[in-house]
Design a protein. Sequence first.
Lengths: 364, 300
Amino acid sequence: MNRILSLLVMVLLAACSQQDDNVIRIGAAGPMTGDQSKMGIDLRNGVELAVAEWNDKGGLLGEKIVLFPGDDQADPKQAVSVANKFVNQKVHAVVGHWNSNCSINASTYYHAANIVAISPASTNPRLTKQGFKNIFRVCGTDDQQGGVAADFILKRLKPKRVAVIHDKTTYGQGLADYFKKSIEGKVEVVFYDGIQTRDPDYKAILTAIKQKKPEVYFFGGVYPEAGRLVRQAKEVGMRIPMITGDGVYDPTFIGIAGKAAEGTYVTFGKDPSGLPTSKSFNEKYTRKYGAPGPYSIYAYDAANIILTAIGQTGSTDGTKVAEFISKNTFHGAFGETSFDKNGDVSKAPYVMWQVRDGKFVEVQ
Amino acid sequence: MFTQQLINGLALGAVYALIALGYTMVYGILQLINFAHGEVYMLGAYLGIIIFGMLTALGLPAFSLSLSLLITVLISIAFCSLYGAAIERVAYRPLRNATKLAPLISAVGMSIILQNFIMLSQGKEYKNLPPQLPSEGVIIFDANVSPAQIFILSSSILIMIVLHLFVSRTRLGKAMRATSQDRMMAGLVGININQVISVTFMIGSGLAAVAGVMVTLYYGVVHFFMGYLAGIKAFTAAVLGGIGSIPGAMLGGFMLGLIENFGASYISSVYKDAFAFVVLIVTLLIRPSGLLGRKELDKV
């Protein structure tokens, strides 16, 4: 028995040491299964494309780059276990996570292990306000986003009564609260409440909103719920537009809601398709995976920023890489990116979009 | 607002009631809580979206929407009834004389198997069906009663009446009632127990299939996980009305839908799921056998 055991231990040890130490390990974390899986897969594909390009050019620091995907299922508990796995695998840097609560939970572990992490999509302001020098994001924040949405309705829609709802998540409620803060005192908030994610039926809350006669309603949340909300809003006879955030910017939203999606306002980054760099990204991505998702390009840029920083500093040391990222300006597919002292992008990238004829169109 | 919430609650309640009937009928005959029942409802919803999609590809809904809905419902019922009977045959019948807990564990296992089967074969994404019926319907007071709601309410009430007549008037219904009262004695007087149990499972699953297709049409979204929450809610409805009682399941389902809607709109939507369970606990404290349940004697 003992002999078998020791044999087993030896085999296991051999298996462990077989992990190649002479590669650069890049993690990509997001929800790759579950109802938000599309977003995580878009993210991973973006990182994979960047890694493949660097490898085609001969790798980095004379070494090959290897991608380590991590599926957090949009669940903050899973995000911690993904972060632990990355730490054990000695991953050098991470692109992720997608959901704000996942990024915030995982960031503590990345900070402790001195791993640089850039989120392509987590917009909750708390993520970069923890004083962690190695945590960045290439998207905007919810206070900027809520501000853009508030500004838009104050200047363009000029309503007197507004309703605000959220999905009780860190992202959704955070965004709804920033929006509410930015309009309070200027417009009357006649309704404020939360919904359950995964609940198929939202008619009760929608009927209650309709009763308060708002002229527009804000939703802080993600596309599966937003799709059901606007669809059922029409069925209870509500004819006011929804304003919502970047979590809803996905064609699936229009797929669920059908014609009811028309007129919905969504805050999201500028349309990058005018930039030549983004055009070539789109072509390469489409050839490999099909049409890019809303966050693929952000994930691609985040991966390139990390790889550039490792290449320029000639080191995979977290402190050096983080310092390089915070001090330099990067030219990516999405244009120029530089970071402020917190790790947020220096320029708020949000503009207003609207669903027209089944497509997202930038509002001029 | 009151009328609108009433209609919303009744439509939601009709769905709960249809699923709850499956729980209560199986419990009435076998004293078994069929935890896989929520998954049969989910299967019904998936079948709804698949069959309707196929009919759309053939161009039938453009020609006649009601005919294609009827075909969708019928095929979904047929499939789900077979599933129900097969689940009973495979997972419960071999354990009929085992301890009470064995079929219960088997039911939980069946639920996990079905959920994962759908997840692996149909994918983890939400599947969606764009709205098929117009959203503007009949205006009653200040409420908009949408065609989908009219369809759900009228067809579920019709189904419940038919079910009631079937159980109270037909020979097979009488055999079902006899089996639920005393299985051994019913067998001794010549009732084919296995056949009665199979038919019970088929009817329960068929009702779940109708609920599934309705939900597909009503909300337009299906997901492999949807059976879990719906199953728990419907089970709550069955217990609220008195598990084992057919009118009880109907009453419990409608009550649950109304409680959820009024609670969410007049108190707060944040606690929507909590209202149903608070009412359940209070009811069970006052009437342990549910609203219309018989005082259960020595079983379980």
